[in-house]
Design a protein around this ligand. Sequence first.
Ligand code: MG
Length: 386
Amino acid sequence: MRIKSIREREIPLAAEIRNAYVDFSTMTASIVAVESDVIRGGKPVTGYGFSSPGRYAQGEIIRNRVIPRVMKAEPAALLAPETGDLDPIRVNAVMFQGEKPGGHGDRSVAIGAMDAAMWDLTAKLKDQSLAQLLADRFGDGKVNESVWVYAAGGYYQPGAGPEALITEMTDYLAQGFEHVKMKIGGAPLEEDAERVAAVVDAVGDGARVAVDANGRFDLDTALAFGEMLQPFGLLWYEEAGDPLDYALNAELARSYAGSLATGENLFSVQDSRNLIRYGGMRPDRDWLQMDPALSYGPTEFIRMVVDAESNGWKRDRFVPHGGHQLNLALAAGLGLGGTECYPGVFQPVGGFLDSTPVRSGRVKILDAPGIGIEEKSNLWEHFRDL
Ligand code: MG
């Protein structure tokens, strides 16, 4: 097996929404195709990967640094010595050549999209779903039949009042979700208290509602919001403070008795380990949300899972950020707790396969080869040209 060519493109993920920090009207993502010299059915077996919402396309890093390293590597450096099969973990090490440790930022997104494509290609070469490949290599060989998903939304929409928020959340329930997430921190505490109360009332139970501050709060504000949120008995309180402010998170965990969730902006096993060491996260109730597509791909994400396990965390406390098919495959194959979903936004990357709608808050896992991108028509349109 040889890699013949690697192509990338930027696609828009535009959405007229904003959270406490980011206006998403200019959001983009990178898509990548890795073509092998293996021909099946008259066509080269090709791996596809994409980056997740929130960090923009990274075409320049992919084109100028990552692709040349893979194409210049000795073919044997990309293969498992025992089997001669493509080994994404070895490819990941090649992609990281020349990069200093620390400072994980946009390059983790660039390598993440490439790494996802390598895993997709590896699974296809074995004629397996990515979930099955991961279950065989890192689990007990069993793929979960379905995965829990929740609807993330509740953004601050320009010009829309609380009625629009209630309609959005009850629509998610009508679409088959059982849990929803809404943004907080983009309005004063009193106004957010009313928004949360209205959503809990509409959904019927605080345990079915999560809130997300997107890292906006300082310690005092995080604690004040925690006090306001506590009586609602929420599913979780997400990213209260800056993602790297572990002391703030630890302080909040000492006073907030409910569940906390964070990790979507930690892009390396080192950052993830620091969260677990210093962030006060509690394995019995809190949630880890690292996003494989943003953090050097499945390879580094698996390192995070293994590291967390060795520190007393169960795999089902991982619920990755980024509502897409890659994370669904990882959740099913590694036995994670579930994954996010953004119904209707961040298309075409967002959401799952056309034939697997959400039912009773879960998405069925198909046995399609690789990630299954070919089975999601609006995403496949972009890859087909690539
Ligand atoms: Mg979030």
